[in-house]
Design a protein around this ligand. Structure first.
Ligand code: GDD
Ligand code: MN
Length: 401
């Protein structure tokens, strides 16, 4: 299956380049390199360690090993950070016909690697995925909650990113052909951690194969995938699915908005149930009295929307600590504009008996309130992106990493 990008089979050219991204893996790297050397003894290979200038000096440990092993190269990066971008940096300088990625913490069973490489080099697949969820695979990583989270994220990816026809689209352990890599790499988002999902989601239809392996517990050091991971992952998946038509952040704003609408209607229903009083405004003679329950629903959703947007939609610009109060102040002010818009629209519609007076009175009020919410949501989005979270006055560029 040699072709232009595959290159000739020069003597000494590695069949596979194994990329090992590392951050604080000084305790693991030597053993991993030993194991890789043993597992790949029969295959011309190279190993490229890409370390983001780890404080524990993983790069030093890797270099010490490389001094006695010409197959190993070490890149110590200073400028960029992040798992996906480290993998791409390694791939960019790799020479193999196939490119493999494996974690440094010994959670990936390196003995599966030769079979995975063969499946790409001789077996005609573009990508071979080491799977924890498919036949022969198992997931023995620590806490139940992590396994559950990983499972949920996997299902979400398989639902939303339709090209994902694998049991483990979030695997950090895979082999990709040089051709597939070079065709897909230009479209890849280098932020985040789900590099395989990027290859699958952005690439043309790739031929996939899988090899099951036992995902063991991390023995030393600690995982880097923790803070903020759920939000980043959601944004990434929204981007892969809807990114061509819609900013993933707007999609996130809409998700928050939808929960806000539910909270708003819930508050309204609650207010009606306990018959909150109606407000008769002296300066608006002739208007129906305002239902306090509408205001109650609105305020409840203002709080929940602020929290949702602060921690999900605008996470990079989020308010923290005492700043939260200032942020909420702005959000509240912006929401007052929305409130005026919503109440005005609601009153206008009620006043004109819209929708048709034949509909039951309570239902009409809900529909009218819903329309008011929709109009106000749009106004608020414009104001929040410009006033509340655009604090540095810069052009918004959304990231997830
Ligand atoms: N260069 C570099 N830069 N390496 C990194 C960085 C970074 O910012 N963050 C993590 N790594 C390295 C780690 O040192 C390790 O070798 C590997 O990437 C995986 O990181 P872990 O912190 O061990 O991730 P995990 O075990 O929690 O997550 C695993 O499962 C995920 C899906 O559930 C990994 O295999 C992920 O790739 C996978 O997506
Ligand atoms: Mn790990």
């Amino acid at each position: 299956m040699a072709d232009e990008t595959d290159g000739p089979d020069e003597p000494g050219r590695p069949v596979v380049s194994v990329i090992v991204p590392t951050y604080n893996e000084a305790e693991n790297i030597a053993e991993l390199l030993d194991r890789l050397g043993r597992a790949l003894a029969d295959l011309p290979h190279e190993v490229i360690v890409v370390d983001d200038d780890s404080p524990d000096e993983t790069w030093r440990a890797a270099r010490a090993h490389a001094a006695g092993d010409p197959a190993v190269r070490v890149i110590r990066r200073f400028e960029d950070r992040g798992l996906s971008s480290a993998v791409l940096a390694g791939m960019a300088v790799a020479e193999g016909r196939a490119l493999a990625v494996i974690d440094a913490d010994l959670q990936h069973d390196e003995t599966a690697l030769p079979e995975m490489v063969r499946s790409v080099v001789d077996g005609g697949s573009d990508v071979c995925i080491g799977t924890r969820w498919g036949p022969g695979g198992s997931y023995e990583e620590g806490p139940q909650i992590r396994r559950f989270g990983s499972r949920a994220a996997t299902l979400l990816a398989r639902k939303l990113v339709t090209k994902t026809r694998t049991t483990d689209p979030l695997s950090g352990y895979f082999v990709i052909s040089r051709l597939a890599y070079e065709q897909t790499a230009p479209a890849i988002n280098p932020r985040g951690f789900k590099i395989l999902l990027e290859f699958l989601g952005r690439g043309r239809e790739l031929r996939l194969s899988e090899v099951g392996y036992r995902f063991g517990p991390r023995r030393r050091g600690e995982t880097k995938l923790s803070a903020n991971i759920v939000r980043n992952y959601l944004i990434a998946v929204l981007d892969l699915r809807y990114g061509r038509h819609l900013s993933p952040v707007f999609a996130m704003y809409c998700l928050v908005g939808i929960t806000g609408v539910a909270v708003n209607l819930g508050g309204f229903a609650l207010g009606e149930a306990v018959s909150l009083p109606r407000l008769d405004l002296a300066f608006t003679p002739g208007l129906n009295p305002i239902r306090t329950s509408v205001l109650f629903g609105i305020e409840l959703s203002i709080v929940s929307n602020f929290l949702g947007n602060n921690y999900a939609t605008f996470y990079e610009d989020r308010y923290r600590g005492r700043g939260l109060l200032r942020g909420f102040g702005k959000f509240q002010a912006v929401s007052m504009v929305g409130l005026v818009v919503q109440v005005a629209v609601f009153q206008l519609l009620e006043q004109n008996d819209f929708p048709a007076a034949s509909v039951a009175d309570g239902l009409a009020a809900i529909v009218n309130n819903g329309i008011g919410i929709a109009v106000a949501t749009l106004t608020n989005f414009l104001l929040n992106t410009t006033v509340t979270w655009n604090r540095r006055g810069r052009v918004r560029r959304f990231t997830y990493g």
